[in-house]
Design a protein around this ligand. Structure first.
Ligand code: PMP
Length: 306
């Protein structure tokens, strides 16, 4: 990923891709305290390439930095513009964007009182995080032996670099078991989220999702709430057990990278019909039509890059 043409926004300047480097004593590399976002831009029929819910992602980035007590050297407008610029100047029609704020190599140690926050925004083509077939057929998921972060161990509302050790351990375990994604439970055993996705289940024509106690406040999750409302559903947030997922009629994951992915199996138990459920399909179609600007609603969610 490092050896390619292109430009990365780095502390206010557009830097050639291969030169966007940091020192080995970069503080965040040692201790993991940093914050980031995953954002997508899609090609629309009438407004060119647009970034989906840019404002919400930037707000969450600033919220994450605030939670961790990281100073932010730029304002939101600057970072919004930086995100538009990287898509535009790299000539990308569709893109995955990665804004990230990290501490530099100004000093070492846990006091972290002598450091500067640096900011990058990169963008590249990253078509589908899941196998394209997964969108239609759904994926196999394993309940993880790793517990999702406890709210007083790491800050779950922050999209923090170090939080992803937990996600990566869980995902590797799931992949090693022949599944495609992990389902993480909280410290009391209730369903929380995937390694990088929120989860929803459908049962008896009701849509349920875990409350946000220890999962990330996903922006795709918020979009699904709105789209479901349009279909006449009020999504209920509640504690969910893993066996409630086993007996659900439908289940799906949501996330910026993963988009909307049906779950066809959890721990070897088939969910519903064992393929994408009808409500999942409806919401998935609405989601893709919305992000690609093929609907007249929610146009304010799309920010043109040009
Ligand atoms: N949970 C976790 C742990 C994540 O990493 C992500 C991806 N950012 C999500 C949920 C989904 O969030 P979003 O829809 O904002 O991408």
């Amino acid at each position: 990923l490092a050896d390619r043409d292109g430009l990365i926004w780095f502390d206010g300047e557009m830097v050639p891709w291969r030169e966007a480097k940091v020192h080995v004593l970069t503080h965040t590399l040692h201790y993991g305290l940093g914050v980031f976002e995953g954002v997508r831009a899609y090609k629309t029929p009438d407004r060119g390439t647009c970034i989906f819910r840019l404002k919400e992602h930037t707000d969450r980035l600033f919220g994450s930095a605030h939670i961790l007590g990281m100073g932010m050297p730029y304002d939101k407008d600057t970072l919004n513009e930086a995100q538009r610029q990287v898509v535009r100047e790299n000539g990308l029609e569709e893109a995955y964007l990665r804004p990230m704020c990290f501490y530099g190599s100004e000093g070492m140690g846990l006091r972290a009182d002598n450091l500067q926050t640096h900011v990058i925004v990169a963008a590249w083509e990253w078509p589908s995080y899941m196998d394209p077939e997964a969108r239609d057929r759904g994926i196999k998921v394993r309940t993880s032996s790793y517990t999702r972060h406890h709210v007083n161990i790491t800050m779950c509302k922050a999209k923090a670099n170090g939080n992803y050790i937990n996600s990566m351990l869980a995902l590797k375990e799931a992949l090693d078991c022949g599944a495609e994604e992990a389902l993480l439970l909280d410290n009391e055993g209730y369903v929380q989220e995937g390694s990088g996705e929120n989860i929803f289940i459908v049962r008896n024509d009701q849509i349920l999702t875990p409350d946000l106690t220890s999962c990330l406040d996903g922006i795709t999750r918020r979009s699904i709430f709105t789209l479901a409302e349009e279909l006449g559903y009020t999504i209920r947030e509640k504690r969910i057990t893993r066996d409630e997922v086993y007996v659900a009629d439908e289940a799906f994951f949501t996330g910026t990278a993963a988009e909307v992915v049906p779950i066809r199996e959890l721990d070897g138990r088939t969910i519903g019909s064992g393929s994408r459920g009808p409500l999942t399909e409806k919401l998935q179609t609405m989601y893709f039509d919305t992000v690609r600007g093929n609907r007249s609603q929610y146009r304010e969610w799309l920010t043109p890059v040009a």
